[in-house]
Structure formats: structure tokens, C-alpha cells
Design a protein around this ligand. Structure first.
Ligand code: HEC
Length: 166
């Protein structure tokens, strides 16, 4: 075969295809790497006044209709509705929101429950990926956490620590 390195790099048509392809592949790798880093680094900020006040107004607009203005959830939230689906649970300390890590709460709010558990599970919880930005989701969840008693906040911090050290 007469193809040597010189003729190889002289063949410009190859570069026209090769260079953009490499850039595209690199772009995809960077995009996914960044998204992963961002999601692994999700941390709620329940002590920042600005975050909490933004989160509170977003909560009232987006979540309170189901989860309650006082985060009390829907009535009899542990019993299935007539249509077989579950009511919205409370986000205060009587619910189980605080049993889940920052990252888990973020992923559920952003992508919905089915996406996170990886199987079909009909439910009434909307996915917010096209409605709220990542920052807004973190603000809403930070507001929710800011309402918990200190004791519950501490246990929740430990749940996060345990997940991060895995
Ligand atoms: C249309 C009603 C509705 C709205 C609006 C809604 N949710 Fe939900 N949410 C639900 C229901 C119902 C569930 C429980 C689903 C199930 O387990 O079947 C749920 C579950 C959750 C859970 C999981 C709780 C746990 O303990 O596992 C989180 C977190 C959550 N919602 C956050 C939010 C946030 C944040 C908002 C606003 C940005 C919001 N939800 C808006 C209905 C709603």
C-alpha cells in the first residue's frame, strides 16, 4: 500500500471529517463529565437567606398545591387515592423527605420518580426539568430543609455525609 503518513495528512478531505468528529466527541465527553460532577456535588443550602426566600416563593408557586402551604402534605397521605396512586406526602418532619440525601431529592424533583427508580411507577409527582432551573430546584429543596427542626437537619446532614463517603 502506498499510503504513508505524508500522504495521509495531505489528504485534506480526511481532516474535514476527522477534526469535526473529534471535536464533537470531545464535546460530548465534557458535557456528560460536567453534568455528572454537577449532580454529584448537589448540596442544599438551608442557611442562606436569599436561597431560602427564593425557594419559598418557588415552593408556593410550584409545590404547595399538592404538598401543602405548610408542607403538611395531602390528607391521609399514607393511603392510596381511589385511582390507586399515592397522595403527596408532607415535606415537614412528619414525612420522609428528610430520609433522602440532597442528591436524591434533587434528582426526584428534576427527573421524576420513575427516572430515579428505573422502573414504571405511575405517580402524580411532576418532573421539573423543563420548569425549574437546577438553581431553582436547589433553592426549593433548601427552603424545605430550612423549615426542619435542628435535630432533623443534623440527621439529614449525616445522611448526606454517609452517601458522599460511599
Ligand atoms: C401535582 C401534585 C404535585 C406537585 C405540584 C408536586 N408534587 Fe412532589 N409529589 C407528589 C406526589 C403524589 C408524590 C408521591 C408520589 C408517590 O410516592 O407515589 C410526591 C413526592 C415528592 C418527593 C419524594 C418524597 C419522598 O419522601 O420520597 C419529593 C422530594 C417531592 N415530591 C418534591 C416536590 C417539589 C420540590 C415540588 C415543587 C417543585 C413538588 N414535589 C410538586 C405530588 C406533587
Amino acid at each position: 500500500m502506498s499510503l504513508n503518513f505524508k500522504s495521509f495528512i495531505k489528504d485534506k478531505s480526511l481532516f474535514v471529517i476527522l477534526v469535526p468528529s473529534l471535536i464533537l466527541i470531545l464535546g460530548i465527553v465534557v458535557y456528560f463529565a460536567e453534568e455528572k460532577v454537577a449532580e454529584a456535588a448537589i448540596t442544599l443550602n438551608p442557611y442562606n437567606k436569599e436561597t431560602i426566600s427564593l425557594g419559598k416563593s418557588l415552593y408556593v408557586q410550584n409545590c404547595a398545591s399538592c404538598h401543602g402551604v405548610k408542607l403538611e402534605g395531602q390528607k391521609n397521605w399514607m393511603s392510596r387515592l381511589p385511582d390507586g396512586l399515592m397522595p403527596a406526602p408532607p415535606h415537614d418532619e412528619t414525612g420522609h423527605t428528610w430520609h433522602h440525601s440532597d442528591k436524591y431529592l434533587f434528582m426526584i424533583t428534576k427527573y421524576g420518580i420513575e427516572n430515579i427508580i428505573g422502573q414504571k411507577y405511575p405517580n402524580n409527582m411532576p418532573a421539573y426539568k423543563d420548569i425549574l432551573s437546577d438553581k431553582e430546584i436547589i433553592s426549593v429543596l433548601s427552603y424545605i430543609k430550612s423549615t426542619w427542626p435542628n435535630k432533623v437537619k443534623k440527621i439529614h446532614d449525616q445522611i448526606n455525609d454517609r452517601e458522599k463517603s460511599k
